[in-house]
Design a protein around this ligand. Structure first.
Ligand SMILES: NC(=O)c1ccc[n+]([C@@H]2O[C@H](COP(=O)([O-])OP(=O)(O)OC[C@H]3O[C@@H](n4cnc5c(N)ncnc54)[C@H](OP(=O)(O)O)[C@@H]3O)[C@@H](O)[C@H]2O)c1
Length: 374
């Protein structure tokens, strides 16, 4: 598990090579504001090799935040992350390892008939109840998440996971009401509070795609205040020493998907100027900042689309620091107020070098970032 001392030592070793605020508060210490993701790529041994080398290089270059999920690349991504972390010359305790559970994982390759695979591997052995499934492939029931967390620890080959996300909880809205999803999240958080007390995870959160970006009346919307209240209730129910371990959210954020900054869709409980039950809405980034949550951005360079010349609008591009479009796109994401770390998926060593070097430039200050949208 990442420790305060080892994280700060890592910062002391690498910090001088980077620009202002490259390392930021996260978990028990600090983490690099550029992280490496592992989502894209085929489930093949060749891609495994590429990622293994890419993660190794990133860890040795000043990136100590690695993100994966139990289902990425049919379960191969977690194995490769574990191998890279375990074999790295960098101390395990200096690395933030994040993974996710929610989507039912395959086992190394895509089965010919995914529905049959889910029935045989998950439903028939009683790992997932049919009622818990959304879209035939997603569950957040506490027992299932516990099973999934065990698979993650096993595949990673690590004693503990630093940040465990419930993966895209809005997927459950396909089969149940919003209140039922909050109820299920609370039950999931209770299970995760117990795993935190047992030392299996350092903290937990939710990783989302639509939930926090869309308008309040959108069918895939979730309220961060409601989710946080459920984490508080879970912490209380389990009797956690420090309230609760819900510390981080993950959401897509880039030049072309800046909704977490631009859309006011989150309300703190309270009373607004009209006497309504909830306060005026604020953006997800502002809400998270006020609530003391870490924010991790995914798709920070638009899944590669923003890495090409001309993809970033010219006026925005001119304000951003970086020698290449990928660096400027990444620096946009990690400049947004309230963002802790921006993930870039990279299996190519030149991409890793380019992305690490983005961190040698200073991010925009808060007012310069605001000005981009004026
Ligand atoms: N809902 C969720 O929870 C969720 C959703 C999406 C992503 N994520 C997480 O966030 C991470 C980042 O998002 P993402 O991987 O979807 O998208 P991304 O980081 O925006 O883009 C990754 C793509 O960009 C390419 N790339 C990386 N660096 C580059 C560079 N310097 N120049 C040109 N191309 C470059 C990569 O290619 P190579 O592989 O060839 O280097 C890969 O194809 C994921 O890996 C995952 O860990 C979470």
């Amino acid at each position: 598990m990442a420790t305060r001392e080892a994280l700060w030592d890592y910062r002391d070793e690498f910090g001088d090579a980077f620009g202002r605020t490259y390392f930021r508060r996260f978990g028990p210490g600090v983490v690099s504001s550029v992280g490496i993701g592992t989502y894209l790529g085929d489930p093949t041994p060749a891609v495994d090799d590429d990622y293994r080398e890419a993660i190794d290089l990133a860890l040795r270059s000043g990136v100590n935040h690695v993100d994966t999920a139990v289902n990425y690349r049919c379960g191969r991504a977690e194995r490769v992350v574990g191998e890279a972390v375990r074999n790295s010359p960098i101390d395990r305790d200096a690395i933030v390892v994040a993974t996710k559970g929610g989507f039912l994982p395959f086992d190394g390759r895509r089965p010919d008939d995914p529905a049959e695979f889910v029935r045989e591997q998950f439903v028939e052995p009683g790992i997932v109840a049919p009622d818990d499934l959304a879209n035939g492939a997603h569950a957040i029931a506490p027992d299932y998440l516990g099973w999934s967390l065990d698979r993650s620890l096993e595949r990673l080959g690590l004693d503990a996971i630093d940040c465990y996300y419930v993966h895209n909880p809005e997927t459950q809205l396909a089969t149940r009401s919003r209140d039922a999803v909050y109820d299920r999240l609370e039950a999931a958080f209770e299970a995760l509070e117990r795993r935190r007390a047992a030392g299996d995870i350092g903290a937990y959160g939710v990783a989302t795609w639509d939930a926090f970006r869309v308008a309040e009346d959108h069918e895939r919307y979730l309220s961060l205040a409601a989710i946080l209240a459920r984490a508080e209730a879970a912490g209380e129910a389990v009797g956690s020493d420090d309230d609760h371990g819900f510390d981080a959210i993950q959401l897509p954020f880039n030049v072309a998907m800046a909704d977490a900054f631009t859309r006011r869709n989150q309300r703190a409980p309270g009373v607004d100027s009209d006497g309504d039950a909830d306060a005026e809405p604020v953006s997800t980034l502002e809400f998270a900042h006020e609530a003391g949550l870490s924010v991790v951005t995914s798709a920070s360079i638009g899944q590669g689309d923003l890495a090409v010349e001309g993809a970033i609008p010219t006026d925005v591009d001119a304000t951003l620091a970086g020698e290449t479009p990928a660096q400027r796109a990444l620096n946009f994401a990690r400049s947004a107020p309230g963002v802790t770390s921006s993930l870039v998926g990279a299996s190519d060593l030149d991409h890793v070098r380019e992305n690490v070097a983005a961190g040698t430039f200073d991010p925009l200050g808060a007012s310069a970032f605001d000005a981009v949208f004026e």
